[in-house]
Design a protein around this ligand. Structure first.
Ligand SMILES: Nc1ncnc2c1ncn2[C@@H]1O[C@H](COP(=O)(O)OP(=O)(O)OP(=O)(O)O)[C@@H](O)[C@H]1O
Ligand SMILES: [Mg+2]
Length: 215
């Protein structure tokens, strides 16, 4: 596949969705063909799986069930949306991907990062991101941003205790150590314009290093 696959990762309220939109605009202005999408979802079947995962009434959901559902949604989303776009040579910007599963289910829910990685390998078949931007901000500060945004829907994972979000944050640090080539850290604890600037600079540098021409 000759496209370029970028994922945005980080805890709640880190700024992923906000920055994804500005990255898309910036890349489109430079003449790139861009597809933006989100995980788990972006297509009907995966959005339905997402609703099952996040429904507030599903308090009895087992951790492995949750991990398998995320992997299933991921698979369908790749097949229907991401693979075709990459085959056409597009840049795909995806809001959350495999690292979210490794951090949330693998580490924070203690299923094991390696175990969760292996079920995801079955789902993704070597389609790891070319670049992952990790939006680095403490959970406390990230969650504070969300709580001041009253329009945002509340989901089951928002109701988790602070301890869970701290573990997710710890997991992302471990992932950055484990995949230093792929995962680049963006300081998300800055004014939005600065975060956006850092994200585009990192992305542009990576495209250049991999000789993907700015058109
Ligand atoms: N650098 C920033 N400084 C201040 N506020 C910000 C910054 N980045 C984003 N925000 C605000 O914080 C809130 C959360 O941002 P956003 O929805 O982009 O986070 P997210 O990482 O996508 O979170 P989630 O994982 O919950 O989807 C939004 O109201 C957004 O406007
Ligand atoms: Mg978001």
């Amino acid at each position: 596949m000759n496209g370029y696959f970028i994922t945005l990762e980080g805890g709640e309220g880190a700024g992923k969705t906000t920055v994804l939109k500005s990255l898309r605009n910036e890349l489109q202005e430079k003449g790139f063909d861009v597809l933006t999408t989100r995980e788990p979802g972006g297509i009907d079947i995966a959005e339905k799986i997402r609703q099952i995962i996040l429904a507030t009434e599903h308090t009895t959901m087992d951790g492995r069930t949750e991990a398998l559902l995320y992997a299933a949604a991921r698979r369908q989303h790749l097949v229907e949306k991401v693979f075709p776009a990459l085959r056409k040579g597009k840049i795909v910007l995806c809001d959350r991907f495999i690292d979210s599963s490794l951090a949330y289910q693998g580490y924070a829910r203690e299923l094991g990062m390696d175990e969760v990685f292996s079920i995801n390998q079955f789902a993704i078949q070597d389609c790891m991101p070319d670049l992952t931007l990790f939006f680095d901000i403490t959970p406390k500060k990230g969650l504070k941003r969300i709580s001041s945004n009253k329009d945002r829907e509340r989901n089951r994972l928002d109701l988790e205790e602070m301890h869970f979000h701290e573990k997710v944050y710890e997991a992302y640090q471990l992932l950055v150590e484990k995949f230093p080539e792929r995962i680049k850290v963006i300081n998300a604890d800055q004014p939005l314009e600065r975060v956006e600037e850092d994200a585009i600079t990192t992305l542009t540098r990576d495209l250049k290093e991999k000789s993907i021409e700015l058109r």
